[in-house]
Design a protein around this ligand. Structure first.
Ligand SMILES: Nc1ncnc2c1ncn2[C@@H]1O[C@H](COP(=O)(O)OP(=O)(O)OP(=O)(O)O)[C@@H](O)[C@H]1O
Ligand SMILES: O=C(O)C1=C[C@@H](O)[C@@H](O)[C@H](O)C1
Ligand SMILES: [Mg+2]
Length: 168
């Protein structure tokens, strides 16, 4: 959560001339409400169920850059849909760096609200085993969003050249 998927995903899509889809924003459009409002009015289980359906559907779109919600990958159906249909990048950040961003996140991420710092730290580490299932892991520590986006684009281009060496 809040590692930079939306920010970096948007940059990657621009650099690759691909359409960008942010699942959280699509859900907000569907309901005409913000994520905190959906949590507030319908509760987290309702949000998670809708997030599962929406993400599994959007993961099947071709030639797009998709940014999923911070808690989405904890769901095994979402993991399977993403791993089957997409190239999954895990943006890894150290707790020490991420916790400095908390003030930017707290108002818009209902899952952080009503938790103290030790509960937030516990949640941070608890999620890592699910995030560890991916196609490519990269550390974003001390890197700007632009640097991470360039790295992702370069690694994809390199892989495509290896896959189709005559098509450069
Ligand atoms: N590499 C970076 N360095 C510093 N700050 C960053 C970086 N990438 C993103 N940010 C900032 O961190 C905050 C969260 O970014 P963003 O919304 O892109 O995260 P996210 O992973 O999409 O979050 P969520 O899991 O809730 O969807 C924003 O304020 C953004 O400007
Ligand atoms: O990490 C999470 O559980 C969440 C992250 C956001 O992207 C939103 O999907 C929502 O706030 C839940
Ligand atoms: Mg996001």
């Amino acid at each position: 959560m809040g590692v930079g998927k939306t920010t970096i995903g948007e940059l990657v899509a621009k650099k690759l001339y691909r359409t960008f889809i942010d699942v959280d924003k699509e859900i907000e459009k569907d309901f005409g409400m913000t994520i905190p409002e959906i949590f507030d009015q319908h509760g987290e289980p309702f949000f998670r169920d809708y997030e599962k359906k929406k993400t599994c559907l959007l993961a099947q779109e071709k030639l797009k850059v998709l940014s999923i919600g911070g808690g989405a990958f904890l769901n095994p159906d979402i993991r399977k849909a993403c791993l089957d249909h997409c190239i999954v990048f895990y943006l890894d950040v150290a707790w020490e760096e991420w916790k400095e961003r908390l003030n930017l996140l707290i108002d818009s991420r209902p899952i952080l609200q009503s938790k103290d710092i030790s509960e937030i730290e516990e949640l941070f580490y608890k999620r890592q085993s699910a995030y560890a299932i991916n196609h490519s892991k990269l550390s974003i520590n001390h890197r700007s969003a632009e640097e991470v986006a360039d790295f992702i684009v370069d690694s994809l281009k390199y892989a495509w050249e290896l896959y189709e060496p005559n098509n450069v």
